[in-house]
Design a protein around this ligand. Structure first.
Ligand SMILES: Cc1cc2nc3c(=O)[nH]c(=O)nc-3n(C[C@H](O)[C@H](O)[C@H](O)COP(=O)(O)OP(=O)(O)OC[C@H]3O[C@@H](n4cnc5c(N)ncnc54)[C@H](O)[C@@H]3O)c2cc1C
Length: 441
C-alpha cells in the first residue's frame, strides 16, 4: 500500500509523518520550490503563510485543547513548534523559519517518504489506482489546474473559491433580555432567528463606527477578490448610510408589537450548531481587524458582552463542501481511497489543518490494521470531524471552538469551570482512543 499526499503544507506533512513513522510508504508531492502560491514564499514545507501564532496553549481554550489532544498521537507540527517556540505568554508563537525547516528536515529524513516536486493538475491521475490511497492537502490556495479538475470530479457546486465568513457568537454571551426569536413575518418568541433591534440613534452610532473601523492588512490577492463580488459588511455600508437598512438589516417583518415605530434596523443571528450554543451574524462577513470586530459589533444592543467563538474573515479560499462530500474520517463518500485534509477539507486554521492530516493518517493506519478509529464529539478532534462531514445549508470552514463540542450533561454557568470540564472529559476520551490503538507507533 502506498499513500500519495498532494501538498506538503501543515496537513500534508502531519499526515506523512505519522504514516511514515508507522511504516507506510508515502509519496509526498508539492509544487514547491518551482511554483508557489501568492502567499507562500519559502522553499520549505509546512510554511506558516501569515501569523506565526498557533494560538493558545491553555486547555481551557478550544485550540489549546485541540493541541493537547494531538500531542497524544505524536504531532510533527507540535514537535516543530517546541523547537521554534518564542516567548508569547499563553500563546504558542514560533519562529516560522525554524518551524518549517524542522518540518522539512524531518520529512526528508524518512527513507519511506519519496518527495516529488511537481504541480498536480489532474486528480483523475490518482483515482482508481490499485493499492494506492491519495490525500488531497493542497490548501486554501490550491492552483487553478487542480481546482478545475476537482470541480469536474466532485461537481461544480461543491467547491468554493473564496471565504467570506461572518463572526460566530457564543449564545451564552448574548443578552437575552434584548434578543428575541422571530422569523421574518413570524410570531415573536418563535422561529429560527435571534434578532437584535436598533433605534435610529443606535444604528447611526454603529454605522459610523463601522465605516471608520480598521481593516486587517490584506495581501494583494485578497483585494482582487473583492472585485469578484464578495462584499464585506463595512464595504457595503460605505456605499450609503441606508444600504444596510434596506439590505440585511432591514427591519420589515421583524419588529415586536411593543417596539413598533421605534425600530430602525434589525440584526439577525442564525443558529450555528444543533444544540444552538453558537450563533452566526447573518450577512456580517468582514475583513475588519479582530479587535475592531469586537469594538464595533459589541455596539449592537444585546451584544455588549458578546464572546466571539470565531471572528469574521475574508480571503481567497478553496474548500470543498465536506458536509455533502466527506465522511467523518475525511475520505470521500464517493471514493474512500481519496481523502481530503487541511483547509481544503473545510477546517480553518493552522492547528486544525494539521489535525485533519493527523486524523487521515490515523484512519489509514487503522484500516491497514483492519481496525477502526473514531473520535466522539466530546473531543475537539471529533467535533471538527463531525462538523466537516455534516450537511449544512450554510457550510463554511470551521476552526476549533467550544460551540461545536458536545454539551455537558449539567448546566455550568462559570465559563472557566465549564471549559475545564470539557477539557477533562475530552482528554479522558482521547486517552481511551489512544489505548485502543495498540498497533500505533
Ligand atoms: C492568506 C492566508 C492567511 C492565513 N492566515 C492564517 C493565520 O494567520 N492563522 C491560521 O491559523 N490560519 C491562517 N490561514 C488558514 C490556514 O490555516 C492556512 O492556510 C494553512 O496553511 C492551511 O494548511 P494546509 O495544509 O491546508 O495548506 P497549506 O499550508 O497552504 O499547504 C498546501 C501545500 O500544497 C501545495 N500545493 C498547492 N496546490 C498544489 C498543486 N496543484 N500541486 C502540488 N502542490 C500544490 C502548496 O505549495 C503548499 O505547500 C490563512 C490562509 C490564508 C489563505
Amino acid at each position: 500500500m502506498r499513500v500519495n499526499i498532494i501538498g506538503a503544507g501543515l496537513a500534508g506533512c502531519e499526515c506523512a509523518n505519522i504514516l511514515a513513522r508507522n511504516n507506510v510508504d508515502v509519496t509526498l508531492i508539492d509544487m514547491k520550490p518551482s511554483k508557489k502560491s501568492e502567499a507562500h514564499i519559502e522553499d520549505n514545507f509546512g510554511e506558516l503563510v501569515c501569523s506565526n501564532s498557533l494560538k493558545s496553549s491553555n486547555v481551557t481554550n478550544a485550540c489549546g485543547l485541540l493541541k493537547e489532544e494531538m500531542k497524544t498521537f505524536g504531532s510533527l507540527m507540535l514537535e516543530a513548534a517546541e523547537k521554534s517556540k518564542l516567548d508569547a505568554g499563553q500563546a504558542l508563537a514560533v519562529d516560522r523559519k525554524i518551524f518549517s525547516e524542522y518540518i522539512t528536515e524531518k520529512i526528508k529524513s524518512y527513507s519511506n517518504i519519496t518527495v516529488v516536486s511537481k504541480e498536480v493538475t489532474d486528480i483523475t491521475e490518482y483515482i482508481n489506482r490499485e493499492d494506492e490511497i491519495t490525500v488531497v492537502a493542497t490548501g486554501p490556495l490550491t492552483t487553478d489546474g487542480l481546482t478545475n479538475s476537482l470541480r469536474q470530479y466532485l461537481d461544480i457546486e461543491n467547491l468554493y473559491f473564496y471565504d467570506a465568513e461572518a463572526p460566530i457568537i457564543d449564545k451564552e454571551s448574548i443578552d437575552m433580555e434584548k434578543a428575541y426569536f422571530m422569523d421574518r413575518y413570524g410570531k415573536e418568541g418563535e422561529g429560527a432567528y435571534l434578532n437584535l433591534s436598533m433605534t435610529k440613534d443606535e444604528y447611526y452610532a454603529f454605522y459610523n463606527a463601522l465605516i471608520t473601523a480598521e481593516s486587517a492588512n490584506r495581501h494583494e490577492f485578497d483585494k482582487l477578490m473583492l472585485f469578484e463580488g464578495c462584499m464585506p459588511i463595512e464595504e457595503m455600508a460605505k456605499r450609503g448610510e441606508k444600504t444596510l437598512t434596506f439590505g440585511m438589516l432591514k427591519p420589515v417583518g421583524l419588529v415586536k408589537e411593543e417596539s413598533k415605530g421605534k425600530v430602525y434596523a434589525v440584526v439577525q443571528l442564525r443558529k450555528e450548531d444543533e444544540e444552538a450554543k453558537a450563533y452566526n451574524m447573518v450577512g456580517f462577513q468582514t475583513s475588519l481587524k479582530f479587535s475592531e470586530q469586537e469594538r464595533v459589533f459589541r455596539m449592537i444592543p444585546g451584544l455588549e458582552n458578546a464572546e466571539f467563538l470565531r471572528y469574521g474573515v475574508m480571503h481567497r479560499n478553496t474548500y470543498i463542501n465536506g458536509g455533502k462530500l466527506l465522511n467523518s474520517n475525511f475520505s470521500l463518500k464517493k471514493n474512500n481511497n481519496i481523502y481530503f485534509a487541511g483547509q481544503i477539507s473545510g477546517v480553518e486554521g493552522y492547528v486544525e489543518s494539521a489535525m485533519s492530516g493527523m486524523i487521515v493518517a490515523l484512519d489509514i493506519i487503522a484500516r491497514l490494521n483492519n481496525r477502526k478509529v473514531e473520535f466522539t464529539t466530546e473531543t475537539m478532534m471529533g467535533a471538527l470531524s463531525r462538523y466537516i462531514s455534516t450537511e449544512n445549508e450554510n457550510y463554511q470552514p470551521m476552526n476549533a471552538n467550544f460551540g461545536i463540542i458536545k454539551g455537558l450533561d449539567e448546566k455550568i454557568k462559570d465559563k472557566k469551570e465549564k471549559y475545564t470540564r470539557y477539557a477533562k472529559r475530552s482528554l479522558n476520551e482521547i486517552s481511551r482512543v489512544r489505548e485502543e490503538m495498540d498497533y500505533l507507533r
